[in-house]
Design a protein around this ligand. Sequence first.
Ligand SMILES: Nc1nc2c(ncn2[C@@H]2O[C@H](COP(=O)(O)OP(=O)(O)OP(=O)(O)O)[C@@H](O)[C@H]2O)c(=O)[nH]1
Ligand SMILES: [Mg+2]
Length: 301
Amino acid sequence: MSLLARLKTGMSKTRTQITSILGSEGSFNDDFFLALEDALISADIGVDLSMEIIDGLKERIRRDKIATVSDAYEAMKALLVEQLHVRRLDGDFPPKPWVILVVGVNGVGKTTTIGKIAHELREKGKSVMLGAVDTFRAGAIEQLRIWAERTGSDFVAQHPGADAASVAFDAMVAARARNVDVLILDTAGRLHNKINLMNEIEKIVRVIRRNTPHAPNEILLVVDATTGQNAIKQAAVFNEVLGITGLVITKLDGTAKGGVALALAKTYRLPIKKIGIGESIDDLQDFDAPTYIEAMFGYLT
Ligand SMILES: Nc1nc2c(ncn2[C@@H]2O[C@H](COP(=O)(O)OP(=O)(O)OP(=O)(O)O)[C@@H](O)[C@H]2O)c(=O)[nH]1
Ligand SMILES: [Mg+2]
């Protein structure tokens, strides 16, 4: 089933619930708002944001003199779309090398996402280099090397256990020497509540900046959609320490909820640059807010 079809199925109970209470043509009362609030929370949007959306909707209903349930439902979708940042991952890279640093907690899909992004860039004719800044996990370097081979990207690594910041530095120098368009740096998975690991990633960014002041051009935080509200906490910490420029939400093929995407984008005003919908090289998509919201909420029937 496609991502959009799954989101639709996931939320279909919500729509049925709302219509069974009120009918799509009826006028609304507190039951409507309660049903909506339940639906938003169960879709992983989070309690605070759900309440905020309901408040915003009430305001809009007053302002625009909305009278029917289906119009109110449409207004809620419009409200959500407006609040989502949708800037795409840049396709044009003026200062060479364009440096993308990829961070996140363990196992969220960082390395796989890098492989997919490299594939996309290579298809567009860009030269790409992958830097194995994850020197921590056994097998991480080899895993990235395989992605480099599959995508025809250059590859820079040191030995396992090497200083991560020093690999980042090497990769910067090599990327410049070979004049590559895009350098993507893979980092070790780190729990956001482990201070020494967060200090390490901060040092990596410092070293990159000292080498090339415009870099890293992107610091992408990868989060796993199936972790629900925990992703919010991860984003808070990584954003505070590093200043994230965008999000990648992976494993959306593994959930019918998907509200976490809305919660993240809205809470931190961060653009969702890519979404992961499977393990294969092609399973990466742009995030399109109107399509996504439409799939989640559909129409009241
Ligand atoms: N279903 C699904 N699986 C994914 C997706 N993205 C990554 N994975 C899988 O998630 C697992 C972990 O992926 P990695 O790319 O190794 O994750 P990582 O964040 O680099 O992990 P560490 O380096 O150990 O922190 C692998 O089995 C991937 O195939 C996705 O969008 N959907
Ligand atoms: Mg990895």
